[in-house]
Design a binder for this molecule. Sequence first.
Ligand SMILES: *[C@@H]1O[C@H](CO)[C@@H](O)[C@H](O)[C@H]1NC(C)=O
Ligand SMILES: *[C@@H]1O[C@H](CO)[C@@H](O)[C@H](O)[C@H]1NC(C)=O
Ligand SMILES: *[C@@H]1O[C@H](CO)[C@@H](O)[C@H](O)[C@H]1NC(C)=O
Ligand SMILES: *[C@@H]1O[C@H](CO)[C@@H](O)[C@H](O)[C@H]1NC(C)=O
Length: 341
Amino acid sequence: MGKAEDEQPLPSTAFDAQGTALSAGGRNGCCLGCSRLQELVTFRCVFVLVLGVAVLLSAVFWLPFFHFGDHKDLDLDYGGHDIVASFMLRKPASFLEDYVLQLENDIFDEMSFSSTKVEIISLQSSAEPNITKVVFAVESDLTTQSLIKSSFASLITRQSFLHLTTSLFGDPFSFEVLKFRGGITATPEQKAFLMQSVQILFNFTLNFSIDEILNNFDELRSQLKTGLHLAPYENLYIRLTNLKGSTVAPPTTVQSQVVLAVGIPSKSRLKQLAQTITGSHHTKNLGLNNTVFGRVKQVRLSSILQHSLGGDGSGPSPSPSPSPLPQSHNHHHHHHHHPPS
Ligand SMILES: *[C@@H]1O[C@H](CO)[C@@H](O)[C@H](O)[C@H]1NC(C)=O
Ligand SMILES: *[C@@H]1O[C@H](CO)[C@@H](O)[C@H](O)[C@H]1NC(C)=O
Ligand SMILES: *[C@@H]1O[C@H](CO)[C@@H](O)[C@H](O)[C@H]1NC(C)=O
Ligand SMILES: *[C@@H]1O[C@H](CO)[C@@H](O)[C@H](O)[C@H]1NC(C)=O
């Protein structure tokens, strides 16, 4: 829209300043005024000329700018689409260009929500021969968006796979979410009993993408367990969120939950955990290797952990605290996918 508005005045203004200067001058007395050397009119004439040249110059530079800038702009906004994802195929782009409709239908069939619309945005040849990155957008209503989000989440963690017409396209690989309005969360398969009455939750951020962290996920989990000095009956359940909805852009919010195989945590254990997490027990960087994971940032405790840190006698408050409550919905939900170990 902004582009159309910018372009709209270009032809007429540029025209006035150049080609039809005479007729334009005739109408408003500009260039005839030049020859009469009337200062005021000359000023107006110069002004109009300068304006015309400026508009012409911007016309000359603006259009290529859009072309070269395209990639960057697309990275940030993806043409205003709410949902954009990509995958790779072992086929040349030139081949795929003939099958765009078929590709769109195949992806649509995988969504299988009638209110959605799939559009291939680009086919990018990669450095390797015969490998093409297929970027597509999905339009859908709000209800369907949450279904698509969970189906994307399981594709990211390879709990499911995209199926296309194999005879034409082969098997897709490297599924990535480039943008999902409202953020995206990946939950790798983990054995943990999530029906906990006390939710020991804390968040921190790492300056890496969800994809990068997934590649080191086992390492992350085991280093955290060691760093927090978890007992054998205490386990970790981790979810990875990117608020912009990208699995390829940093940062990632690591939502962590300490889960107990049995019983409920004592007040002193909660306090100990909270102290370890906040670094007052000589645990640096939550025990994470700086070289691999960088610096841990924005450590946030759930209110139960936060309260356990408070002064004398302020153990975990028995009254339900507002922040962990919405979470418990998710846990019940996830419980279906992750049976107790
Ligand atoms: C690329 O694919 C074409 C056919 O699709 C094949 O003829 C060609 O040998 C392939 N090139 C490479 C480098 O794999
Ligand atoms: C995150 O890492 C990138 C390089 O990978 C760096 O350019 C950027 O400044 C870092 N951001 C923060 C907030 O540390
Ligand atoms: C951290 O990871 C790097 C790279 O894998 C490794 O060389 C280094 O020894 C590790 N540091 C510690 C303290 O384990
Ligand atoms: C952790 O992060 C998630 C996602 O950003 C958020 O919904 C939740 O409230 C956060 N919890 C805490 C304790 O900060």
